[in-house]
Design a protein around this ligand. Structure first.
Ligand code: HOZ
Length: 429
């Protein structure tokens, strides 16, 4: 069925480690051969075998308007025609800074980079430089890119520093990273009671999207805000995934929590590489060239990438955009729950804005442990049945899904029809 993809994958494996340029693309979590995609239009992608799919990956989040949106393509063409890169300030970077700071009240100043990994790495260096402290608190299951000190899992005790999760990361580099349980306010209070004067920052995905989809409790976020303020640590919201995705002001707007620093990526690049970090002016002014914390990038604020992001954000910030997107995403999860229930398959689903999670368990998980307890085998079978029926989900039980403004009635109906058969197949399995 996927002959051409299979052949391209075999050739790629000889030249590119694992045949892919980012591990999650390799279908390792579900088995089989990754699709090689050649085209995307609206809510649909086409693979190298010419088969079309309703796409719920959206390039892992950036494509909130769908593929090949005309306003984004026009902006890219127009900017590219004037030059691809200057390594000097451009008006577009200022426009992006104005748009980001006027939309997100917690951003008094912002700096552009080229990826989410860079944004978080830089924000946390800044947090350490500002506070003069070393310890970073993160949460198991939250992913903040592949910086050495963030590739870490919890140590063996309740409040021990983390161990590297990747070869090539010396333990010394994760020795200042404390890993706690998501949605557990007591652990946060215990950590501050014990290590408060050493903690530079607490970083989290304010809605987790890299351990499937996990909503935070309001109490958890409030305890984080209170503890950071009380102990002089910085609260860093990693909104690379949730920024302009769960609402116009990201998760911070939805939950009414003001972080000290915020990281952004994905949607703000509209499909091209843009990241950003920003926040309180007194902190941001510690960055070089005004302050002593070094951070730089040849392609930071690249004009073509920024123009794609600006064109995307202009659409996203139009009145009614998020009401429509949320309603569409909600209709998707309600419909999938209905199909699962009809087939008698234990299943739940949840969403926020244009982001959703599917879980092979009775209720949406609130903790990393509950995510891990979902039926991974059932997900893998469901994934392949959906793919066979023309629906492209993220190839892992631990990833969130994304709906775009281009997903309409037709896409949802096609998804439900495919899911009906997929759930029925699971019941028989
Ligand atoms: N957040 C995505 C993975 N969990 C990014 C995609 C990638 O790593 O390639």
């Amino acid at each position: 069925m996927h002959e051409r993809s299979r052949e391209l994958f075999e050739r790629s494996r000889r030249l590119i480690p694992g045949g892919v340029n980012s591990p999650v693309r390799a279908f390792g979590g579900v088995g089989g051969t990754p699709l090689f995609l050649r085209e995307g239009r609206g809510a649909r992608v086409v693979d190298e075998d010419g088969r079309e799919y309703v796409d719920y990956v959206g390039s892992w989040g950036p494509l909130i308007l769908g593929h090949s949106h005309p306003a984004v393509l026009d902006a890219v063409r127009e900017t590219a025609a004037r030059g691809l890169s200057f390594g000097a300030p451009t008006r577009l970077e200022l426009e992006m800074a104005e748009l980001l700071t006027s939309t997100l009240p917690s951003l008094e100043e912002v700096r552009l980079v080229s990826s989410g990994t860079e944004a978080v790495m830089s924000a946390l260096r800044l947090a350490r430089g500002h506070t003069g402290r070393a310890v970073i608190v993160k949460f198991e299951g939250c992913y903040h890119g592949h910086s050495d000190f963030l590739l870490v899992k919890a140590g063996s005790g309740a409040l021990t520093f983390g161990n590297p999760t990747s070869a090539g990361v010396p333990p010394e580099l994760t020795a200042h990273t404390l890993v706690l349980d998501y949605n557990d306010p007591q652990k946060v209070e215990d950590a501050f009671a014990r290590f408060g004067p050493r903690i530079a920052a607490v970083v989290l995905e304010p809605v987790a999207g890299n351990m499937n989809f996990v909503r935070p409790s309001l109490e958890f976020l409030q305890v984080l805000r209170r503890s950071c303020t009380a102990h002089g640590a910085l609260l860093v919201f990693d909104e690379v995934m949730t920024g302009f995705r769960v609402g116009p002001q990201g998760a911070q707007g939805l939950f009414g929590i003001r972080p000290d620093l915020t990281t952004l990526g994905k949607v703000i690049g509209g499909g091209l590489p843009v990241g950003a970090f920003g926040g309180r002016r007194d902190i941001m002014e510690r960055l070089a060239p005004v302050g002593p914390v070094y951070q730089a990038g040849t392609l930071s604020g690249n004009p073509v990438a920024v123009s794609a992001g600006l064109a995307t954000l202009k659409e996203v910030l139009k009145p009614g955009f998020f009401a429509r997107l949320s309603a569409r995403t909600d209709a998707l999860v309600v419909g999938l729950r209905r199909e699962a229930q009809a087939a008698g398959v234990p299943f739940s689903a949840a969403s926020l804005g244009g982001m959703f999670g599917l879980f092979f368990r009775d209720a949406p998980p609130a903790t990393f442990g509950e995510v891990m307890a979902c039926d991974r085998e059932a997900f893998a079978r469901f994934f392949h049945a959906m793919l066979g029926g023309g629906v492209y989900l993220a190839p892992s039980a631990y990833e969130a899904g994304f709906v775009s403004a281009a997903h309409g009635e037709a896409e949802l109906e096609a998804t439900f029809a495919t899911a009906r058969a997929a759930f029925a197949g699971l019941r028989g399995a």
